[in-house]
Write a protein that binds this ligand. Sequence first.
Ligand code: ADP
Ligand code: MG
Length: 876
Amino acid sequence: MKAVARTPRRPAPKKPSHPSLKDPVGVYCRVRPLSGPDQEGCIEVINETTVQIHPPDRYRIFRNGEYRETQYSFKEVFGTLVAQKELFDVVAKPLVEDLIHGKNGLLFTYGVTGSGKTHTMTGSPGDGGLLPRCLDMIFNSIGPFQAKRFVFKLDDKNGVDVQCEVDALLERQKRDAMPVPKIPSGKRQIDPEFADMINVQDHCKVEEVDEDNVYSVFVSYIEIYNNYIYDLLEEAPFEPIKPKWNNCNTPVRNGDFIPPQSKMLREDQNHNMYVTGCTEVEVKSTEEAFEVFWRGQKKRRIAHTQLNRESSRSHGVFIIKLAQAPLDADGDNVLQEKEQITLSQLSLVDLAGSERTNRTKAEGNRLREAGNINQSLMTLRTCIEVLRENQMYGTNKMVPYRDSKLTHLFKNYFDGEGKVRMIVCVNPKAEDYEESLQVMRFAEMTQEVEVARPVDRPLCGLTPGRRFRNQAFREELSQKLELRGGPKNGETEEQSVTEMFLQNFPPLPSCELLDVNDDQTLPRLIEVLEKRHKTRQMLLKEFGKNVLAFKTALQEFDSSVVSKENYIQGKLSEKEKTIAGQKMELERLEKKIKTLEYKIEILEKTTTIYEDDKRNLQQELESKSQKLQRQASDKRRLEARLQGVVAETAMKWEKECERRVAAKQLEMQNKLWVKDEKLKQLKAIVTEPKIEKPERPSRERDREKPVQRSVSPSPVPSAPPVRPRHRRSRSAGERWVDHKPPSNLPTETVMQPHVPHAITVAAASEKALAKCDKYMLTHQELASDGEIETKLIKGDVFKTRGGGQAVQFTEIETLKQESPTGRKRRSSPNPEPPEDAADSECTDVETRCSVALEMRAGSALGPGYQHHAQPKRRKP
Ligand code: ADP
Ligand code: MG
């Protein structure tokens, strides 16, 4: 039976099933050690994810000593001491796990020539690289579950077919019968140089391998050189070689190495790229797979030397395909259903050196080829750039995959789904500085490209554990057969039956009749034959019994199987019921979770709103309190300033008052002096008109004794020497001359001086003086404040020796009328129409006038001085 199955390996890239699930390209960096201890380096590993690159010394000279270090970050950075195993565990292991779970992967090394790409991918003897380790892990994982050779058959359109084991066996026999090409197998053919490489002895395996599947591994190895694809596993043709042109336009002569024909790239129905007519070898062990790889590697080397190619300019692509299909319900054979086959592939690519300059100074063809190789890496860079731009900025630029074979082959991965990982290899030596910078830049950019995450393949729907149950059944059956005398372990059924027969039958005697008279041989033969017949009968009986027993055993087994099946069925339906219940419960819980999530979302939103509010309010509060504090401090400052101002003003005013008082005093003294003078003159006029004028004392002298003069009744120095002849008692009947010059104005003062028994005169009169012993002159003048000041100048009257009268002035009494509020009227709370000063004085004497009775020191009111009215003060 043959089912032609072309598996849908992954959904068409145009419609990814999970468009949102994408992973960035994993970029790792490996720094190889320097060749010698005194070699100048320009790259340091900073930490697990960062490398730093600095310009070597000679660049510093070129750039005026400018020294700029640059750091680049990757998913992980592997330093010089990192072992191949460690690198494999981190970078390649997940890809192998994906491969076994039916997902695609691409792993490539990128870097300049000599940076360790091949060392990383292939490794060296005793230190296998990623490729042998991947193979080892694959076979460690699927080893016991591998399908027989040719059960899976790859077709020429990148699909896979499945056939039953019998067909596979027939095909095997057919192929074995063919003389060539022979599929080599076994460890003995491995190049001893690299036998060590596959001896990784890691025993590393994938944890979760579907044991109910059968697996087959196919490998192919191609080389891309000068934008041509060559199949490195293609067998050489047998026909004698005819001269023809190889790809490098050089004629090929008889006996020469036959250059391989370049291959075409095609896209299969699932939009995967594949090399048409490429040899894909089914391999059953790590050794076999690596041997195939090594065969291709040798061919590659030969091609390089024979065709004068530069090996560093070619890309090596090793493709591992894994076909897997589930076992049928019995767990015995592969399920012959095309939809159930999964084909996944892991491509391991050792890229050409990324250097832009041609280090080997190639000429002619080789230069052109080198240019082409460069072109393919350039295209790779462009593709990655455009992809990144499209993904980052949502543009829809066409990615130029078709511009080179390499990128066209990679299209699967970048445009479709799968894991893409790149190992950037760098040589820290100073000579590679500029190239390494380019490499780092490209690598950093590559990290920003995302590739759709592969989806898990659907389950086949058959009960798991089929392989295990089938094995258990076989073991039980063989045990039972053994118990009933069946074939023991290790021996075939035919062998044991023959032996049993040989044991049960007596040996036949010789039946050769040599003598005519021999009458013993035949009877003996007859006897033996009869015995044998009897034994046969017995054996037949036994056989019949055994058959019966076997039948019953079989029936028993059948019934027990049926009952077991029933039991299992019952259990299964029970379990199904429980599962259904649980599913319902799950759905309910999911719904609840959704509602709760919705609620949480709303609550979170509300919380955010409240928090925002709170923040705003807090901010407001803070600003307000700050404002308040500012105001309080302003207030305090103002208060302090005001206090200062007040104190200052008070002091100023005090000083001003003092100054004014002093000025007033001075003025008053001067006036007094003037008055004195006048009075003296007056006296001279009154008493002795012929007395010569007194000398005017100096101001200073006058100022020295103002009080004395006015207070003590000492004689006026300028006055003639008079001695009071007689001093009349003051207590009784003193007579006054009240001299009121007619020029005086009526002052309307309430308190008017009133002198009883006085002779009032308008001008000085000798007659009046002769009759009296006291004299008083009422003198008016305009004070500095504009008010009329009335002065009562008093003195004693003496008789002079010449029989005349003299007055000695003893005191001056000043009467002054002034406004209590100063000259300007204050506005009252009830605004009244303004009146002129005279009017207001008449109407409101009490409030606005007060009589200031200013008495000179030592002066007393005269006895006849009476108050006409007491000044009343209005209560405040
Ligand atoms: P590429 O393939 O990039 O041109 P190779 O892998 O051929 O470079 O490496 C060049 C040389 O450097 C080889 O001799 C290799 O053994 C050595 N080498 C590279 N990487 C390492 C490493 N990580 N540790 C030790 N030696 C290395
Ligand atoms: Mg290399």
